[in-house]
Design a protein around this ligand. Sequence first.
Ligand SMILES: Nc1ncnc2c1ncn2[C@@H]1O[C@H](COP(=O)(O)OP(=O)(O)O)[C@@H](O)[C@H]1O
Ligand SMILES: [Mg+2]
Ligand SMILES: [Zn+2]
Length: 545
Amino acid sequence: MYQVIARKYRPQNFSELIGQEHVQQTLTNAIEARRIAHGYIFSGQRGTGKTTVARILARCLNCVNGPTAQPCGVCSSCVEISAGNAIDVIEIDAASNRGINEMREIRENVRFRPARDRYKIFIIDEAHQITKEAFNALLKTLEEPPEWVVFILCTTEAHEIPNTIASRCQHFTFRSVDFSEIVERMKHIAAQEGIEASDEVLSIVAQAGEGSVRDSLSALDQAIACCGTKLSSAQVRALLGIFGFESLAAVAHAIQAQDSGRMLDIVEELERNGQSLHHFSRELARYWRNLLVAKIAGKPTRLIAASEPEQQPFLEVAKLFSEEDLTRYLNLSLTLYTDLQTSLQPRLHLELGLVKLVQAGRIQSIEEALAALGSGAPAAAAPKPAALKATIPTEPLVAPASKAPISTAPATSALHAPVPEGDFKDALQTALVKAGLNFTADAIAQSEVTLGTSELLLRAPKMLLLSLKEPKLQTIASELAGRKLQIRTEASAQAAVSPSAAANSTPEPQENSDLRTRALSHPGVKRFQELFPDAQVRAVRNLNE
Ligand SMILES: Nc1ncnc2c1ncn2[C@@H]1O[C@H](COP(=O)(O)OP(=O)(O)O)[C@@H](O)[C@H]1O
Ligand SMILES: [Mg+2]
Ligand SMILES: [Zn+2]
């Protein structure tokens, strides 16, 4: 009969256990010093060894040679505990036996000495599921425990164990196990099982468990069921819904190139290859997380579930973005992942989410905007020119506002023989959509477009101008016109304090309103409002007072 790997390779003593060194060490010391508690709480992520350690501890206590930190493994106590049928070791699944009756039974049972062994050990799994009344019954036992009784409560939700119980127990927290240790363990198991698996395959399988040894081993079972004795990385990737570095890096590069069209292609490819869009969104979020960690660490780190050489590409790609960018992308990807969980139109959501990532690349931070304000900026916000990204069209953003004052008069002086926009605007939009520049096309649609002999003048609200992809726009417009065109932009919206904001604010005393007028006429404030037309001035304070 086939036995699942996780069961077959359940560690039988502390030396086989991976991770959880602090648990091993403390328990070993306690056993050697004969300081055995009557109650233990083992808490932590699923599949990290709680039940396993509970059984090892039971063997340590009840082995004929015990109490010992190195149980013999061959006496009837050791053998029966491993098989789960030792008369003095009682395992209770609290998920199905959570009531008062079970606890009463335990209380009765506790009063009698062990039938054969040293201790009577109760291992209660999913202990947080016990009912309140049952906990009370348990508490009575823990308050005056017979010398031979040991309770081990295993749970993923330590905070749901009542304080009255927890304060009478020794608490051990089980950590998620390091990626490299899981890979090592699987190498050992693969060798035992005669399975041929490269480091790459094992690393894919280990990743699937997200720190849970059991989940990684279940993934290994799945891989063996699917591939037989020789595991191929492509097959295993497809099976576990894990995407190659390349397909995720394609997203990063599309952002870098500000290419929304490429994003749509990526979704198209996923669909064509029958890949799960849910999995992709999950892996994408994990990818940004890894890039962010790589960016912060600046070198290979154990916080990333990949071997050192495998981490190199993360470090490379992370260089293309700022920490702030990566945080933003991670955030957006997590939202996308959540949205996809419940979406009836996953493809649409994924497309939207990926295009949003491209747009997010263009969002200017307050620091950058202030830096761009130059001398008008408050001294506190030191200009950070280094933070300016190549992808932000800083030129059209700032230059027209500072060089050419915003006026309602058309800036015809620079234009030679302007031709009516006529078909040109429509043709330009079509060409932009074809090139995948949908947002630029949209911005053009909403702009006043004037075609000159050597330049294309665009007048639109400032926020719209932000979404222009200028270099590509210039190339496409020049091609259409059959001559080289410069792109010139002009903001059309006049910055103003919105009347509603003024009405909302509480009436201010006379001298304050004077202060307000002076503040609002400050060139720095004026330019800030040009950059952020929707911004409202809520209050004005004199910092010298
Ligand atoms: N720390 C670990 N070291 C080695 N194997 C482990 C470890 N944790 C879990 N496993 C593997 O996963 C299986 C399930 O572990 P278990 O102890 O039942 O996890 P849980 O924490 O959910 O109680 C074990 O049979 C074993 O194969
Ligand atoms: Mg368990
Ligand atoms: Zn033994």
